[in-house]
Ligand binder design. Structure first.
Ligand code: SF4
Length: 288
């Protein structure tokens, strides 16, 4: 713990942590205030929501979506956004992972007093992920799963008549995806991965029916963890059994190394990605 005083309240309180984003000492009160204010500023600046909209928070029980649900509920009340919030969870059917994380979502539903709907792959497609992996082996599991989840979220969102789905993608996730798309030469995806809203009328490449938005786009993963920890939020932290994606894992490690050398690296990568002009002729790969 740092011995300095908080830079934000200028010594009124002792620092309790060093903000990963700025390397400055903060007390807990000022850190909470700064973290929530920055998300509010993103929501307002990017016009993520309109009064009267119903927003589904894609809730997995993990730290990102738990912090997202907590902060959206808080900001909605604090700033009178006029939103109706609901939790939308997808059960891929992964024993020892999703069954446990969904128990966390059910507790979150009680804690935040929000409606919850859970859709299962088994009901929607006739297959759980465990059954798919049993049939096809440990190969490209995330590719199947990602396509299924996108469609499942759309179906759930339509069932709930929501206007948008808010996802818990954080700054680290987006920086990883930007680098991954550059290194793979997947330039068409570069445009989409930096957009804070996808699937709306301005996004001709997106295959989703309901627009998605990322209110945590500029929130560092380390700050999300600190926020969840100091707020004592109830979240689930085990990795999916089928997750090992060596390529993304290497890029994640690389970004963490960069962050250690220069904390602004994550935001710098996002800003660089946002500045890249993608030609209109760049096409997304056709989904088969
Ligand atoms: Fe599905 Fe892959 Fe995520 Fe596991 S890590 S839930 S298999 S997308």
């Amino acid at each position: 713990m740092p011995s300095a005083t908080c830079v934000s309240c200028q010594g009124q309180r002792p620092a309790a942590l060093v903000r990963p984003k700025t390397s400055e000492p903060y007390c807990k009160v000022c850190f909470f205030e700064a973290f929530e204010r920055e998300i509010h500023e993103t929501i307002v600046k990017e016009q993520l929501f309109k009064p009267g909209e119903t927003i589904a928070v894609a809730a997995s029980g993990g730290k990102d979506s738990t912090v997202l649900a907590h902060v959206l509920k808080l900001l909605n009340e604090r700033h009178s956004y006029g939103l109706k919030l609901v939790l939308l969870s997808i059960d891929e059917g992964i024993t020892g992972y999703r069954d446990d994380s969904l128990e966390t979502v059910k507790r979150n539903q009680q804690q935040y007093d929000l409606p919850l709907i859970i859709l299962t792959y088994k009901e929607l497609y006739g297959w759980s992920m465990d059954e798919i992996v049993k049939a096809v082996g440990r190969k490209n599991n995330c590719t199947f799963c990602g396509v299924f989840r996108r469609q499942a979220l759309d179906r759930g969102a339509m069932k709930l008549s929501v206007n948008k789905i808010a996802t818990g993608h954080n700054a680290d996730d987006i920086a990883e995806t930007i680098l991954m798309n550059i290194l793979r030469g997947d330039i068409a995806r570069l445009k989409r991965c930096t957009s804070i809203i996808t699937g709306d009328e301005s996004d001709e490449n997106e295959g989703s029916v309901i627009p998605r938005c990322k209110p945590l786009k500029y929130a560092y993963e380390k700050e999300i963890v600190l926020y969840a920890f100091y707020k004592r939020l109830d979240y689930f932290s085990t990795e999916c059994l089928y997750s090992p994606n060596a390529y993304r894992g290497n890029i994640r490690t690389y970004i963490k190394d960069l962050e250690r050398l220069r904390p602004s690296s994550i935001i710098d990568i996002i800003h660089s990605g946002e500045q890249v002009l993608v030609k209109q002729t760049a096409k997304m790969p056709v989904q088969r």
